[in-house]
Design a protein around this ligand. Structure first.
Ligand SMILES: Cc1cc2nc3c(=O)[nH]c(=O)nc-3n(C[C@H](O)[C@H](O)[C@H](O)COP(=O)(O)OP(=O)(O)OC[C@H]3O[C@@H](n4cnc5c(N)ncnc54)[C@H](O)[C@@H]3O)c2cc1C
Length: 411
């Protein structure tokens, strides 16, 4: 235990891993190395509030005293450039080295780049970090028209937030619906109508031919339908790619992410991976997944800490996610993979409803709009492996609560 645990990446997963190591009683050195200069912060508020509030500060994951108080050696502004998995050493940019007994890779993901002419113009931005969010805030203050490329969660959150801040926003989406395959078509359509009602223009089945500029700054985009959209800022929100290059160069197995087993171990001895960068075979569906959510980053990191202290468990957390898009709180629990039947509960016209997804008789997932009770019940039901009948779903939350209460208590 002389070198302890080095955690690379000080985002949601890395900070949780450091905290969990101490909670699990690990008393060796813990080094948390991150390339960002800030104290680690919550990413979700960046797209929901931070970019429209000029005075907003990042919400810290933990106060500074947490790191000193738990003997966590936090090294901000430090980029890890190479792993020598045989010698158990890391090379840092600038020339330093770090030795480890265990390494946790919590390097997250980064926005997918747009391979288009004009993508390098000033004012073409994407959002991952607080530095990105500050740039968006700055550019947004100086422009009226914004084009958001990509109608996924982050693109739509940004669109709604900037529109609420008075910008004229157009969303350009290549598919024939919003939110890709992430939610039921009913929800995607609901979101589209509601955003359009706030004045956001949404172009489906439309791609971008090129981004046009004046004096090096973005001025507009040309769409595949030949329309020219004015834009003082363009936000690229076309998904993320996992940061796997460090691991890949060290010979660690990669499959749409750093491949981990159920205890978060990679193919290299004593190297674990957690969060947005980790891919694994999901316990519920048997399918390979790489989830991008705070829940996944948190639960995988807790498990990685247990693996290191010698109490490995099997990753079996119920996946859940949320997104705030304008006046819609979307909450998803479970995975829809393999589901073949949907039951609607509630009324979309009231902006409060849920879609229950079943694979045969098995409850697979629940997607809710402004129905937090359904979401919380979904977490319980999926955690217990309980599937309600269609009648129970139709009867509403009280019937589901009663069905859960009637289950035999598990010891
Ligand atoms: C704007 C935004 C809104 C979001 N909203 C939601 C939401 O509403 N709900 C939800 O569940 N999830 C949301 N997410 C997703 C969630 O934030 C991610 O799933 C989560 O941050 C993943 O945690 P992570 O630690 O794996 O990655 P990150 O939090 O990205 O942390 C990785 C860190 O590693 C650093 N790093 C990478 N490589 C190196 C290296 N070589 N050396 C040193 N440091 C390195 C990165 O700079 C970064 O700081 C949102 C994400 C964004 C960007």
């Amino acid at each position: 235990m002389k070198n302890g645990v080095v955690i690379v990446g000080a985002g949601h997963a890395g900070v949780q891993a450091a905290a969990s190591l101490r909670e699990e009683g690990y008393d060796g050195p813990v080094l948390l190395v991150g390339d960002e200069k800030e104290l680690p912060y919550h990413k979700p508020p960046l797209s929901k509030t931070f970019i429209k509030d000029g005075a907003a500060q990042p919400q810290l994951l933990r106060g500074e005293v947490f790191y000193t108080g738990h003997s966590i050696d936090f090294r901000p502004g430090t980029l890890v450039e190479r792993i020598d998995a045989t010698a158990r050493r890391l090379a840092l940019s600038g020339g330093g080295e770090l030795a480890y007994d265990h390494l946790i890779l919590a390097t997250g993901s980064r926005p997918r780049a747009l391979p288009l002419p004009g993508a390098d113009l000033t004012g073409v931005l994407s959002l991952r970090s607080v530095a990105d969010a500050r740039l968006i805030r700055e550019h947004s203050a100086a422009c009226e028209d914004v084009v958001v490329i990509g109608g996924g969660f982050i693109g739509l959150e940004i669109a709604a937030t900037l529109a609420a801040g008075g910008r004229r926003v157009t969303v350009v989406e290549a598919l024939d619906r919003l939110l890709g395959r992430a939610v039921a078509p009913l929800i995607a359509e609901h979101v589209r109508k509601r955003l359009e009602a706030t004045g956001i223009r949404i172009l489906l089945k439309t791609t971008i031919e090129r981004i046009e500029g004046e004096n090096g700054h973005v001025a507009g985009v040309l769409t595949s339908t030949g329309e020219r959209l004015p834009a003082g800022m363009v936000i690229v929100g076309i998904g993320v790619v996992p940061n796997v290059e460090l691991a890949e160069a060290a010979g660690i197995a990669i499959a749409n992410g750093i491949r981990v087993d159920t205890a978060m171990r990679s193919s290299a001895p004593d190297i674990l991976a957690v969060g947005d960068n980790a891919s694994y075979c999901h316990w519920q569906t048997g399918a390979d997944v790489r989830l991008e959510s705070v829940q996944n980053a948190t639960d995988q990191s807790k498990l990685a800490a247990r693996t290191i202290v010698g109490h490995p468990g099997d990753y079996a957390a119920v996946p859940w996610f949320w997104s705030d898009i304008g006046d819609m709180k979307l909450q998803m629990v479970g995975l829809t993979t393999g589901s073949d039947r949907q039951i609607l509960s509630g009324d979309p016209s009231e902006n409060r409803f849920s879609v229950f997804h079943f694979a045969g008789d098995r409850l697979a997932a629940i997607e809710s709009v402004n129905r937090p009770a359904d979401h919380m019940l979904g977490r319980k039901m999926l955690g217990l492996g309980f599937s309600p009948t269609a009648e129970m779903v139709a009867s509403g939350a009280e019937a589901l609560k009663a069905a859960l209460a009637a289950l035999p208590q598990q010891g």
